[in-house]
Design a protein around this ligand. Structure first.
Ligand SMILES: NC(=O)CC(=O)C(=O)O
Length: 294
């Protein structure tokens, strides 16, 4: 049985883990500086990834104050220009979007080398959790959920799926991207915290990678203990065998990695689950689990 390798060529990525302040202009300037730094350090960078909510505080009280329309808002124009000026792909983390329906979404835009928007993902699963003695957060207080899975075709290195943070806890998005659309990479801008991060951040990234034998990228803000929300940090890249091939600490840092198609090929050749699935036994698994959750 021949191996399907969705990754068309080696891809050099840079994940920008930076602190977010309450000042949007300052945040955008910091992103521009960090992109410049990444390009200067590694001239072959193809794709830059930014964290969830990189232009605003991660706070349900603040999302509406920072929300912008797409594509005519300041942050969209800024990201487009960065991508075009440097001739790189950018997965633009996420920022609060004010939709045409006046609702607020947590939205990630992806730009190609010419600065064109090639993907728009609105966080599908809102982060509503309550861990007594740990953390309570309810994005649904001020955000609305997106209603579609997102995969883009880079045209150069194959297809890529996008999720935002809490979306990584739901394997279905990555399964759809990898198995229905043949994506070789899943990218999640995310902002786990100091309670859930140590428990699940790396575990979930490695799980999504091994489930689908794809590369998985998670990009977080840097930790800032002066803010109400303490981001976990630890932006990382996982290969299709589940190995963490690059990882940041907690502070500001740029993580570099080369995504090598041969790693995907050897993972799928050695443990050929892609060709061994028994769809006769688990047709439409999501529908089945919906019934049992009632
Ligand atoms: N911030 C999130 O959306 C998700 C998160 O922190 C978690 O799942 O834990």
């Amino acid at each position: 049985m021949s191996i399907i390798n969705p990754l068309k060529k080696k891809l050099s990525v840079a994940l920008i883990q930076l602190k977010t302040t309450a000042n949007k202009e300052q945040n955008l300037r910091a992103v521009a500086n960090q992109i410049q730094k990444a390009i200067s350090a590694r001239s072959n960078v193809d794709l830059v990834v930014l964290p969830e909510c990189f232009n605003s505080p991660y706070s349900v009280k603040e999302f509406a104050n920072y929300a912008e329309p797409i594509p005519n808002g300041e942050t969209t124009k800024f990201l487009s220009k960065q991508a075009a000026d440097h001739g790189i792909f950018i997965v633009g983390g996420s920022f609060p979007e004010r939709g045409d329906d006046d609702k607020i979404y947590n939205t990630s835009l992806t730009f190609d080398r010419k600065g064109e928007i090639i993907a728009k993902h609105r966080k599908v699963h809102l982060f509503d959790i309550d861990i007594p003695g740990g953390i309570t957060f309810k994005e649904s207080v001020s955000l609305s959920a997106g209603n579609k899975a997102t995969v883009f075709d880079s045209g150069e290195f194959g297809k890529v799926g996008i999720g935002i943070c809490y979306d990584v806890r739901f394997p279905e998005l990555a399964i759809l991207a990898a198995r229905k659309h043949n994506a070789g990479i899943m990218i999640y801008p995310g902002a786990f915290n100091t309670v859930t991060g140590p428990l699940h951040w790396e575990l979930l990234a490695r799980s999504r990678a091994v489930d689908n034998q794809i590369f998985v990228i998670l990009c977080s803000p840097a930790r800032d203990l002066d803010f109400s929300y303490h981001a976990y940090g630890h932006s990382l890249v996982v290969d299709p065998s589940g190995n963490v091939i690059a990882e940041a600490g907690e502070g500001e840092e740029i993580v570099y990695a080369d995504l090598d198609p041969s790693l995907l090929e050897s993972a799928r050749a050695g443990i050929p689950v892609t060709t061994q699935r028994r769809y006769d036994i688990y047709p439409d698994i999501s529908e089945a689990s919906k019934v049992s959750a009632k």
